[in-house]
Design a protein around this ligand. Structure first.
Ligand code: ADP
Ligand code: ASP
Ligand code: MG
Length: 441
Protein backbone atom coordinates (compact mmCIF):
# COMPACT_ATOMS: atom_id res chain seq x y z
CA UNK A 1 0.00 0.00 0.00
CA UNK A 2 1.23 3.51 -0.72
CA UNK A 3 0.38 6.98 0.53
CA UNK A 4 -0.23 9.82 -1.93
CA UNK A 5 -0.47 13.28 -0.38
CA UNK A 6 -1.56 16.24 -2.50
CA UNK A 7 -0.93 19.78 -1.29
CA UNK A 8 -3.00 22.93 -1.61
CA UNK A 9 -1.94 23.92 -5.13
CA UNK A 10 -2.43 20.33 -6.33
CA UNK A 11 -6.11 20.47 -5.40
CA UNK A 12 -6.54 24.25 -5.63
CA UNK A 13 -8.18 24.37 -9.06
CA UNK A 14 -10.86 22.15 -10.58
CA UNK A 15 -8.59 21.00 -13.42
CA UNK A 16 -5.87 20.15 -10.92
CA UNK A 17 -8.29 17.96 -9.00
CA UNK A 18 -8.87 16.10 -12.27
CA UNK A 19 -5.10 15.66 -12.60
CA UNK A 20 -4.99 14.28 -9.05
CA UNK A 21 -7.73 11.84 -10.01
CA UNK A 22 -5.66 10.69 -13.02
CA UNK A 23 -2.62 10.19 -10.82
CA UNK A 24 -4.42 8.08 -8.24
CA UNK A 25 -5.99 5.77 -10.83
CA UNK A 26 -2.76 5.39 -12.81
CA UNK A 27 -1.90 2.11 -11.05
CA UNK A 28 -3.73 -0.59 -9.10
CA UNK A 29 -1.74 -0.39 -5.90
CA UNK A 30 -3.85 0.05 -2.78
CA UNK A 31 -3.47 3.66 -1.65
CA UNK A 32 -4.46 6.15 1.00
CA UNK A 33 -4.85 9.57 -0.61
CA UNK A 34 -4.24 12.46 1.82
CA UNK A 35 -5.54 15.86 0.72
CA UNK A 36 -4.81 19.38 1.94
CA UNK A 37 -7.28 22.22 1.78
CA UNK A 38 -7.54 24.12 -1.54
CA UNK A 39 -4.70 26.65 -1.71
CA UNK A 40 -5.63 29.86 0.08
CA UNK A 41 -8.37 28.27 2.18
CA UNK A 42 -6.41 27.69 5.39
CA UNK A 43 -5.06 31.25 5.20
CA UNK A 44 -8.64 32.49 4.77
CA UNK A 45 -9.80 30.41 7.74
CA UNK A 46 -6.93 31.78 9.85
CA UNK A 47 -8.14 35.26 8.86
CA UNK A 48 -11.71 34.45 9.92
CA UNK A 49 -10.44 33.19 13.29
CA UNK A 50 -8.34 36.31 13.79
CA UNK A 51 -11.25 38.60 12.95
CA UNK A 52 -13.44 36.76 15.46
CA UNK A 53 -10.71 36.84 18.11
CA UNK A 54 -10.65 40.64 17.69
CA UNK A 55 -14.43 40.76 17.96
CA UNK A 56 -14.78 41.95 14.35
CA UNK A 57 -17.79 39.90 13.33
CA UNK A 58 -18.57 41.89 10.18
CA UNK A 59 -15.07 41.37 8.90
CA UNK A 60 -15.35 37.64 9.65
CA UNK A 61 -18.74 37.49 7.89
CA UNK A 62 -17.31 39.13 4.77
CA UNK A 63 -14.44 36.66 4.69
CA UNK A 64 -16.84 33.73 5.07
CA UNK A 65 -18.97 35.06 2.20
CA UNK A 66 -15.95 35.48 -0.07
CA UNK A 67 -14.78 31.97 0.70
CA UNK A 68 -18.23 30.52 0.05
CA UNK A 69 -18.32 32.21 -3.32
CA UNK A 70 -14.97 30.67 -4.16
CA UNK A 71 -16.32 27.19 -3.40
CA UNK A 72 -19.50 27.82 -5.36
CA UNK A 73 -17.48 28.68 -8.46
CA UNK A 74 -15.15 25.77 -7.79
CA UNK A 75 -17.75 23.02 -7.68
CA UNK A 76 -19.52 24.33 -10.81
CA UNK A 77 -16.29 23.82 -12.74
CA UNK A 78 -15.33 20.58 -11.01
CA UNK A 79 -18.55 18.64 -11.43
CA UNK A 80 -20.90 18.19 -14.35
CA UNK A 81 -23.87 16.01 -13.41
CA UNK A 82 -26.91 17.35 -11.64
CA UNK A 83 -26.69 14.70 -8.93
CA UNK A 84 -23.08 15.43 -8.00
CA UNK A 85 -23.62 19.19 -8.16
CA UNK A 86 -26.47 18.90 -5.71
CA UNK A 87 -24.22 16.81 -3.42
CA UNK A 88 -21.63 19.61 -3.62
CA UNK A 89 -24.27 22.18 -2.76
CA UNK A 90 -25.14 20.14 0.33
CA UNK A 91 -21.47 19.84 1.36
CA UNK A 92 -20.82 23.56 0.96
CA UNK A 93 -24.05 24.43 2.73
CA UNK A 94 -23.18 22.20 5.69
CA UNK A 95 -19.71 23.67 6.21
CA UNK A 96 -20.64 27.29 5.65
CA UNK A 97 -23.68 26.98 7.90
CA UNK A 98 -21.25 25.81 10.54
CA UNK A 99 -19.05 28.89 9.99
CA UNK A 100 -22.08 31.16 10.14
CA UNK A 101 -23.24 29.62 13.42
CA UNK A 102 -19.79 30.30 14.87
CA UNK A 103 -20.36 33.97 14.10
CA UNK A 104 -23.18 33.91 16.62
CA UNK A 105 -21.46 32.17 19.52
CA UNK A 106 -18.60 33.25 21.71
CA UNK A 107 -15.21 32.55 20.23
CA UNK A 108 -12.47 30.46 21.85
CA UNK A 109 -9.37 28.49 20.84
CA UNK A 110 -11.24 25.18 20.50
CA UNK A 111 -13.70 26.81 18.09
CA UNK A 112 -10.78 28.27 16.17
CA UNK A 113 -9.43 24.74 15.61
CA UNK A 114 -12.87 23.74 14.33
CA UNK A 115 -12.77 26.65 11.89
CA UNK A 116 -9.31 25.64 10.64
CA UNK A 117 -10.51 22.07 10.00
CA UNK A 118 -13.13 23.15 7.45
CA UNK A 119 -10.61 23.43 4.59
CA UNK A 120 -9.54 19.78 4.53
CA UNK A 121 -13.11 18.59 5.18
CA UNK A 122 -14.35 20.55 2.16
CA UNK A 123 -11.54 19.53 -0.20
CA UNK A 124 -11.83 15.81 0.55
CA UNK A 125 -15.62 15.78 0.30
CA UNK A 126 -15.60 17.61 -3.01
CA UNK A 127 -12.88 15.34 -4.37
CA UNK A 128 -14.80 12.26 -3.22
CA UNK A 129 -17.88 13.60 -4.99
CA UNK A 130 -15.82 13.90 -8.18
CA UNK A 131 -14.76 10.24 -7.85
CA UNK A 132 -18.39 9.23 -7.34
CA UNK A 133 -19.46 11.19 -10.38
CA UNK A 134 -16.84 9.35 -12.43
CA UNK A 135 -17.82 6.03 -10.82
CA UNK A 136 -14.34 5.45 -9.46
CA UNK A 137 -14.72 3.18 -6.44
CA UNK A 138 -13.20 4.74 -3.30
CA UNK A 139 -13.68 4.80 0.47
CA UNK A 140 -13.98 8.04 2.44
CA UNK A 141 -11.80 7.75 5.55
CA UNK A 142 -12.46 10.56 8.09
CA UNK A 143 -9.12 11.52 9.67
CA UNK A 144 -10.90 12.56 12.87
CA UNK A 145 -11.71 8.87 13.43
CA UNK A 146 -8.07 7.78 13.60
CA UNK A 147 -5.60 10.69 13.75
CA UNK A 148 -4.87 11.90 17.27
CA UNK A 149 -2.36 13.85 19.38
CA UNK A 150 -1.65 13.51 23.11
CA UNK A 151 -1.56 16.17 25.83
CA UNK A 152 1.88 17.29 24.59
CA UNK A 153 0.51 17.68 21.04
CA UNK A 154 2.53 14.65 19.94
CA UNK A 155 0.92 12.21 17.49
CA UNK A 156 -0.15 8.90 19.04
CA UNK A 157 1.39 6.66 16.41
CA UNK A 158 0.49 3.28 17.91
CA UNK A 159 -3.12 4.32 18.50
CA UNK A 160 -3.32 5.73 14.99
CA UNK A 161 -2.10 2.39 13.69
CA UNK A 162 -4.63 0.36 15.72
CA UNK A 163 -7.56 2.51 14.62
CA UNK A 164 -6.50 2.64 10.99
CA UNK A 165 -6.00 -1.12 10.83
CA UNK A 166 -9.46 -1.70 12.30
CA UNK A 167 -11.11 0.71 9.85
CA UNK A 168 -9.22 -0.54 6.80
CA UNK A 169 -10.05 -4.16 7.65
CA UNK A 170 -13.67 -3.32 6.90
CA UNK A 171 -12.79 -2.69 3.24
CA UNK A 172 -10.60 -5.59 2.12
CA UNK A 173 -11.65 -5.26 -1.52
CA UNK A 174 -11.19 -1.49 -1.91
CA UNK A 175 -8.03 0.09 -3.19
CA UNK A 176 -8.55 3.87 -2.99
CA UNK A 177 -9.03 5.57 0.37
CA UNK A 178 -9.50 9.34 0.68
CA UNK A 179 -8.63 11.16 3.89
CA UNK A 180 -7.80 14.62 5.24
CA UNK A 181 -4.31 15.83 6.04
CA UNK A 182 -3.61 18.32 8.85
CA UNK A 183 -6.63 17.63 11.08
CA UNK A 184 -6.77 15.39 14.14
CA UNK A 185 -8.35 15.00 17.56
CA UNK A 186 -6.54 16.10 20.72
CA UNK A 187 -6.51 14.47 24.17
CA UNK A 188 -9.70 16.33 25.08
CA UNK A 189 -11.32 14.74 22.03
CA UNK A 190 -11.64 18.15 20.38
CA UNK A 191 -10.82 18.84 16.77
CA UNK A 192 -7.20 19.99 16.47
CA UNK A 193 -4.46 20.09 13.86
CA UNK A 194 -0.80 19.26 13.19
CA UNK A 195 0.17 22.92 12.63
CA UNK A 196 0.57 24.75 9.34
CA UNK A 197 1.77 22.55 6.51
CA UNK A 198 0.72 19.55 8.60
CA UNK A 199 -0.70 17.45 5.77
CA UNK A 200 2.84 16.23 5.03
CA UNK A 201 3.08 15.12 8.65
CA UNK A 202 -0.30 13.33 8.35
CA UNK A 203 0.93 11.48 5.26
CA UNK A 204 4.15 10.38 6.96
CA UNK A 205 2.29 9.28 10.10
CA UNK A 206 -0.22 7.30 8.04
CA UNK A 207 2.64 5.80 6.01
CA UNK A 208 4.38 4.69 9.20
CA UNK A 209 1.10 3.42 10.70
CA UNK A 210 0.28 1.14 7.76
CA UNK A 211 3.94 0.33 6.90
CA UNK A 212 3.41 1.77 3.43
CA UNK A 213 5.73 0.97 0.52
CA UNK A 214 6.23 4.69 -0.08
CA UNK A 215 4.90 8.09 1.01
CA UNK A 216 4.50 10.30 -2.05
CA UNK A 217 4.27 14.04 -1.36
CA UNK A 218 2.79 15.61 -4.51
CA UNK A 219 3.26 19.36 -4.66
CA UNK A 220 3.91 22.25 -7.07
CA UNK A 221 7.65 21.77 -7.56
CA UNK A 222 9.82 18.93 -8.84
CA UNK A 223 11.32 17.90 -5.49
CA UNK A 224 13.56 19.37 -2.83
CA UNK A 225 15.80 22.01 -4.39
CA UNK A 226 19.33 22.82 -3.28
CA UNK A 227 18.20 26.24 -2.01
CA UNK A 228 14.98 28.16 -1.40
CA UNK A 229 13.48 28.74 -4.88
CA UNK A 230 11.32 31.57 -3.53
CA UNK A 231 14.48 33.56 -2.81
CA UNK A 232 17.31 32.25 -4.95
CA UNK A 233 16.97 32.40 -8.73
CA UNK A 234 19.08 29.42 -9.77
CA UNK A 235 18.18 26.26 -7.92
CA UNK A 236 17.88 22.63 -8.95
CA UNK A 237 16.15 19.54 -7.61
CA UNK A 238 18.11 16.98 -5.59
CA UNK A 239 17.60 13.39 -6.75
CA UNK A 240 18.31 11.72 -3.43
CA UNK A 241 18.42 12.71 0.23
CA UNK A 242 18.92 10.63 3.34
CA UNK A 243 16.24 10.83 6.03
CA UNK A 244 18.63 12.83 8.22
CA UNK A 245 19.38 15.35 5.49
CA UNK A 246 15.70 15.79 4.64
CA UNK A 247 14.77 16.13 8.31
CA UNK A 248 17.35 18.89 8.83
CA UNK A 249 16.18 20.77 5.74
CA UNK A 250 12.53 20.48 6.73
CA UNK A 251 13.23 21.57 10.28
CA UNK A 252 15.38 24.50 9.19
CA UNK A 253 12.91 26.05 6.81
CA UNK A 254 12.56 24.14 3.52
CA UNK A 255 8.83 24.79 3.22
CA UNK A 256 8.24 21.87 0.89
CA UNK A 257 8.12 19.60 3.95
CA UNK A 258 6.49 20.14 7.35
CA UNK A 259 9.28 20.40 9.97
CA UNK A 260 8.36 17.11 11.69
CA UNK A 261 7.29 15.16 8.64
CA UNK A 262 10.33 12.91 8.29
CA UNK A 263 10.63 11.07 11.61
CA UNK A 264 7.57 8.78 11.28
CA UNK A 265 8.70 7.57 7.84
CA UNK A 266 12.29 7.26 9.04
CA UNK A 267 11.27 5.30 12.14
CA UNK A 268 9.52 2.72 9.98
CA UNK A 269 11.94 2.99 7.09
CA UNK A 270 9.28 4.06 4.58
CA UNK A 271 10.78 5.91 1.59
CA UNK A 272 9.41 9.41 0.97
CA UNK A 273 9.17 10.84 -2.54
CA UNK A 274 8.65 14.49 -3.40
CA UNK A 275 6.85 14.78 -6.72
CA UNK A 276 5.30 17.46 -8.90
CA UNK A 277 1.57 17.19 -9.68
CA UNK A 278 2.06 19.62 -12.56
CA UNK A 279 4.96 17.56 -14.02
CA UNK A 280 4.41 13.97 -12.88
CA UNK A 281 7.16 12.63 -15.17
CA UNK A 282 9.87 14.61 -13.33
CA UNK A 283 12.06 12.40 -11.13
CA UNK A 284 11.59 14.51 -8.00
CA UNK A 285 13.42 13.67 -4.79
CA UNK A 286 13.66 10.28 -3.15
CA UNK A 287 14.33 10.23 0.58
CA UNK A 288 15.52 6.95 2.08
CA UNK A 289 17.78 5.55 4.77
CA UNK A 290 20.46 4.87 2.17
CA UNK A 291 22.97 7.36 0.81
CA UNK A 292 24.75 7.98 4.10
CA UNK A 293 27.99 7.48 2.18
CA UNK A 294 27.70 10.58 0.01
CA UNK A 295 30.02 13.46 0.82
CA UNK A 296 29.47 17.16 0.50
CA UNK A 297 26.90 19.93 0.56
CA UNK A 298 23.48 19.02 -0.82
CA UNK A 299 21.25 21.94 0.12
CA UNK A 300 20.74 25.10 2.11
CA UNK A 301 17.68 26.26 4.02
CA UNK A 302 16.88 29.31 6.10
CA UNK A 303 14.58 29.66 9.08
CA UNK A 304 13.24 33.04 10.23
CA UNK A 305 11.89 34.35 13.48
CA UNK A 306 14.69 33.06 15.65
CA UNK A 307 15.39 34.46 19.13
CA UNK A 308 18.82 34.16 20.73
CA UNK A 309 19.54 34.10 24.45
CA UNK A 310 22.95 34.62 26.00
CA UNK A 311 23.47 33.68 29.62
CA UNK A 312 26.66 35.05 31.14
CA UNK A 313 27.95 33.84 34.44
CA UNK A 314 31.39 34.34 35.88
CA UNK A 315 30.63 31.49 38.24
CA UNK A 316 30.21 29.15 35.31
CA UNK A 317 33.95 28.87 34.98
CA UNK A 318 34.59 25.13 35.29
CA UNK A 319 31.32 24.68 37.15
CA UNK A 320 29.79 21.33 36.48
CA UNK A 321 26.03 21.21 36.64
CA UNK A 322 25.59 24.68 35.14
CA UNK A 323 24.32 23.45 31.79
CA UNK A 324 21.92 21.07 33.52
CA UNK A 325 20.38 23.99 35.42
CA UNK A 326 19.98 25.93 32.19
CA UNK A 327 18.41 23.01 30.31
CA UNK A 328 16.03 22.20 33.15
CA UNK A 329 14.45 25.61 32.72
CA UNK A 330 13.78 24.94 29.04
CA UNK A 331 12.46 21.49 29.87
CA UNK A 332 10.10 22.94 32.45
CA UNK A 333 8.58 25.23 29.80
CA UNK A 334 8.67 22.54 27.11
CA UNK A 335 10.66 24.81 24.83
CA UNK A 336 13.19 23.28 22.49
CA UNK A 337 16.56 24.78 21.67
CA UNK A 338 17.81 24.81 18.08
CA UNK A 339 21.44 25.96 18.29
CA UNK A 340 23.79 26.17 21.19
CA UNK A 341 27.37 27.34 21.73
CA UNK A 342 29.31 27.67 24.95
CA UNK A 343 32.40 29.42 26.24
CA UNK A 344 33.88 29.44 29.70
CA UNK A 345 31.76 32.36 30.81
CA UNK A 346 28.69 32.29 28.62
CA UNK A 347 26.24 30.09 26.84
CA UNK A 348 24.28 31.19 23.78
CA UNK A 349 21.27 29.39 22.43
CA UNK A 350 18.42 29.93 20.02
CA UNK A 351 14.66 29.32 20.13
CA UNK A 352 11.89 29.64 17.61
CA UNK A 353 9.05 29.16 20.09
CA UNK A 354 8.90 32.21 22.35
CA UNK A 355 5.60 31.38 24.06
CA UNK A 356 7.31 31.14 27.47
CA UNK A 357 10.20 33.53 26.83
CA UNK A 358 9.26 35.79 29.73
CA UNK A 359 9.17 33.01 32.30
CA UNK A 360 12.32 31.39 30.90
CA UNK A 361 14.25 34.67 30.98
CA UNK A 362 13.12 35.36 34.55
CA UNK A 363 14.40 31.98 35.72
CA UNK A 364 17.65 32.22 33.74
CA UNK A 365 18.38 35.55 35.39
CA UNK A 366 18.89 33.66 38.65
CA UNK A 367 21.85 31.92 36.97
CA UNK A 368 23.49 34.91 35.33
CA UNK A 369 23.07 37.97 33.16
CA UNK A 370 20.69 37.33 30.26
CA UNK A 371 20.66 39.07 26.88
CA UNK A 372 17.81 38.50 24.41
CA UNK A 373 17.92 39.19 20.66
CA UNK A 374 15.04 38.86 18.22
CA UNK A 375 14.52 38.73 14.44
CA UNK A 376 17.42 36.42 13.72
CA UNK A 377 17.67 33.69 11.08
CA UNK A 378 19.36 30.33 11.06
CA UNK A 379 20.99 29.34 7.81
CA UNK A 380 21.45 25.61 7.66
CA UNK A 381 23.86 23.97 5.23
CA UNK A 382 23.08 20.28 4.86
CA UNK A 383 24.86 17.26 3.43
CA UNK A 384 25.97 13.89 4.79
CA UNK A 385 29.50 13.95 6.17
CA UNK A 386 29.62 17.58 5.15
CA UNK A 387 32.87 18.05 7.05
CA UNK A 388 34.70 15.67 4.76
CA UNK A 389 34.23 17.91 1.74
CA UNK A 390 37.60 19.60 1.35
CA UNK A 391 37.52 23.30 2.12
CA UNK A 392 33.82 23.37 2.90
CA UNK A 393 34.15 25.71 5.87
CA UNK A 394 36.33 28.08 3.86
CA UNK A 395 33.70 28.20 1.15
CA UNK A 396 30.89 28.82 3.64
CA UNK A 397 32.79 31.51 5.53
CA UNK A 398 34.04 33.08 2.30
CA UNK A 399 30.49 33.30 0.95
CA UNK A 400 29.32 34.98 4.14
CA UNK A 401 32.27 37.31 4.69
CA UNK A 402 30.16 40.46 4.36
CA UNK A 403 27.78 39.46 7.16
CA UNK A 404 28.39 39.52 10.90
CA UNK A 405 27.88 35.91 12.09
CA UNK A 406 26.18 35.63 15.46
CA UNK A 407 26.71 31.94 16.12
CA UNK A 408 28.18 29.00 14.24
CA UNK A 409 27.38 25.39 14.96
CA UNK A 410 29.65 22.84 13.35
CA UNK A 411 30.15 19.25 14.41
CA UNK A 412 26.85 18.81 16.27
CA UNK A 413 25.78 16.39 13.60
CA UNK A 414 27.70 14.97 10.67
CA UNK A 415 25.37 16.51 8.14
CA UNK A 416 24.77 20.08 9.14
CA UNK A 417 26.49 23.41 9.64
CA UNK A 418 24.19 26.06 11.12
CA UNK A 419 24.86 29.75 11.18
CA UNK A 420 22.92 32.43 13.02
CA UNK A 421 22.69 35.84 11.38
CA UNK A 422 20.52 38.92 11.57
CA UNK A 423 17.23 38.19 9.79
CA UNK A 424 17.68 41.15 7.45
CA UNK A 425 20.70 39.41 5.86
CA UNK A 426 18.99 36.07 5.26
CA UNK A 427 18.02 36.46 1.62
CA UNK A 428 21.40 37.77 0.50
CA UNK A 429 23.20 35.14 2.57
CA UNK A 430 21.24 32.36 0.81
CA UNK A 431 22.16 33.87 -2.56
CA UNK A 432 25.84 34.23 -1.70
CA UNK A 433 26.01 30.65 -0.41
CA UNK A 434 24.37 29.45 -3.61
CA UNK A 435 27.18 31.07 -5.59
CA UNK A 436 29.89 29.86 -3.25
CA UNK A 437 28.82 26.26 -2.76
CA UNK A 438 27.17 25.14 -6.00
CA UNK A 439 28.28 25.21 -9.61
CA UNK A 440 25.70 26.91 -11.78
CA UNK A 441 26.79 28.06 -15.23
P1 ADP B 1 1.92 22.16 -0.69
O1 ADP B 1 0.79 23.10 -0.72
O2 ADP B 1 1.91 21.19 -1.83
O3 ADP B 1 2.13 21.51 0.63
P2 ADP B 1 4.04 24.02 -0.08
O4 ADP B 1 3.77 25.41 -0.54
O5 ADP B 1 3.80 23.74 1.36
O6 ADP B 1 3.21 23.03 -1.02
O7 ADP B 1 5.54 23.59 -0.44
C1 ADP B 1 6.02 23.71 -1.74
C2 ADP B 1 6.79 25.02 -1.87
O8 ADP B 1 7.93 24.99 -1.02
C3 ADP B 1 7.40 25.26 -3.22
O9 ADP B 1 6.48 25.85 -4.10
C4 ADP B 1 8.58 26.16 -2.91
O10 ADP B 1 8.31 27.51 -3.16
C5 ADP B 1 8.79 26.03 -1.42
N1 ADP B 1 10.16 25.65 -1.06
C6 ADP B 1 10.91 26.25 -0.11
N2 ADP B 1 12.12 25.70 -0.03
C7 ADP B 1 12.17 24.72 -0.95
C8 ADP B 1 13.18 23.80 -1.37
N3 ADP B 1 14.38 23.76 -0.80
N4 ADP B 1 12.87 22.96 -2.39
C9 ADP B 1 11.67 22.98 -2.96
N5 ADP B 1 10.68 23.82 -2.61
C10 ADP B 1 10.91 24.69 -1.61
N1 ASP C 1 -4.05 23.24 4.85
C1 ASP C 1 -3.02 23.27 5.88
C2 ASP C 1 -2.15 24.50 5.74
O1 ASP C 1 -2.35 25.28 4.81
C3 ASP C 1 -2.21 22.03 5.90
C4 ASP C 1 -1.38 21.76 4.67
O2 ASP C 1 -1.66 22.32 3.61
O3 ASP C 1 -0.43 20.97 4.76
O4 ASP C 1 -1.31 24.73 6.56
MG1 MG D 1 2.92 22.19 2.45
Amino acid sequence: MKIMKFGGTSVGRPERMHQVKDLIIADDEKKIVVLSALSGTTNALVGIGEALAEGKKDKARQKIEALQEHYTNFYMELLTTKASRSKAVQIIKEHFEFLNIILKISFNEAINKDILAQGELLSTKLFYTLLQELEIPAVFLPALEFMSIDENDEPELSRIRERLEAIMARYPEDSIFITQGYICKNHRNEVDNLKRGGSDYSASLIGAAVSASVVEIWTDIDGMHNNDPRIVEQTRPIAHLSFDEAAELAYFGAKILHPASIWPAQLHNVPVKLLNTMAPEAAGTTITGAGEGTVGVKAIAGKDGITALKIKSSRMLLAYGFLRKVFEIFEKYRTSIDMITTSEVAISLTLDDVTHLKEITAELQKLGKVEVDHHLSIICIVGNTIMEEPGVLNKIMGSLEQFPLRMVSYGGSRHNVSILIDGKHKELALKRLNQGLFDFE
